[in-house]
Design a binder for this molecule. Structure first.
Ligand SMILES: [Zn+2]
Length: 55
């Protein structure tokens, strides 16, 4: 007897939820100078330390 075992190997799509490092959107400097900058950190509020001191 020929036992035909047909195993359908469904392609298991493993959607890996790898949290992509979201590029922080550029924001305006909080000191009010009107400069727009790309913050290195998410909590960065000023263009640099000078602006932080100014603000
Ligand atoms: Zn500023």
């Amino acid at each position: 007897m020929e036992a035909e075992s047909e195993q359908k190997q469904g392609i298991i799509e493993l959607v890996e939820k790898t949290p992509l490092p979201r590029p922080v959107s550029p924001r305006d400097c909080e000191c009010g100078c009107g400069n727009r900058f790309q913050p290195n950190r998410r909590d960065q509020m000023y263009l640099n330390k000078q602006h932080a001191d100014y603000g």
